[in-house]
Design a protein. Sequence first.
Length: 168
Amino acid sequence: MGTITTSLVVDFKAEDEDDGILVAEIDTYPNGLNGGETSFVPGDSPGFLIYKTSNVVIDSITPSTGLISNIGSAFTPEPVEDDLIYTDDRVQKVTKPIFSSFTSKWLGNNLGVPTYTEQSVTVPSVGVGVLRISYNSFYSMHRLTNIPTVLNGETSFPVVIYIVGHTV
């Protein structure tokens, strides 16, 4: 017989401790850095966006090949929309930091008027509900350059961009 094992990690943190948000994604906006394109060929220089809350400081951005350049920052050209699911908690995290133009509407059960921070939305009542929110976020724009057309004999390959930050 073989041995079967598993493990479980339980995280503990103070209730008022905020982790912050750090998200990176390819720029998919039609008028963005890539003109709406999301696939690239060797030699291209794709643009990507980094969203972060104000309590996050980026320490490094390291690609597996190529170079990274910072080319500015901007507000989202269209609102971010999230559906937040509430079941037994009054607080839900958002996918990107909230910076302005927050609106919300309940889809079904109404758990009250929400309040928000950059990274979460709190409702006054515990219950089962779906809250559709819309807001503007803020991001920094970056470009991956100097990608070769052939890498170690390969003409198709991934490039990893590793972003490290810390909260303050």
